[in-house]
Design a protein around this ligand. Structure first.
Ligand SMILES: [Zn+2]
Length: 127
């Protein structure tokens, strides 16, 4: 089953600075933020099958602008490392590659959650 798009988050603010400096399709501050993106992917892939275009739209809702050329290699790398497992599913007359978190992916997300709470406390709440 494919996740429906949810609308429980606020739309991210786009500042004039973002518009000026963000290269289209690329992830600004990629080195720092790509870990967030991977955790975001894992978070959804633990619950349900996800696929590239859905993930791009989901991330866009959270203010991450990624092209397929950025996201797909990330998904492939996560699969190579054993965090995700993909399968081809038939959609109408075409095929779609869907991803699901593995047990290792679940374990990694659990470990990250603890770190994330701690980081959130320090970076956001103590500011
Ligand atoms: Zn999400």
């Amino acid at each position: 089953m494919i996740l429906p798009i949810e609308f429980r988050y606020r739309k991210p603010r786009v500042t004039s600075r973002d518009k000026r400096t963000a290269p289209s399709g690329a992830l600004e501050h990629q080195d720092l933020l790509s870990g967030f993106v991977r955790l975001h992917v894992l978070h959804h892939a633990v619950k349900e099958d996800v696929y590239g275009q859905w993930m791009i739209e989901e991330l866009a809702r959270h203010g991450y602008r990624l092209s397929a050329g950025t996201l797909y290699p990330m998904l492939h790398a996560m699969e190579r490392r054993g965090y995700l497992k993909s399968t081809q599913v038939q959609v109408g007359r075409t095929h779609r590659r869907v991803y699901r978190a593995t047990a290792l992916g679940q374990e990694a997300l659990d470990a990250a959650e603890t770190k994330l709470r701690e980081l959130f406390r320090e970076v956001v709440e103590e500011r």
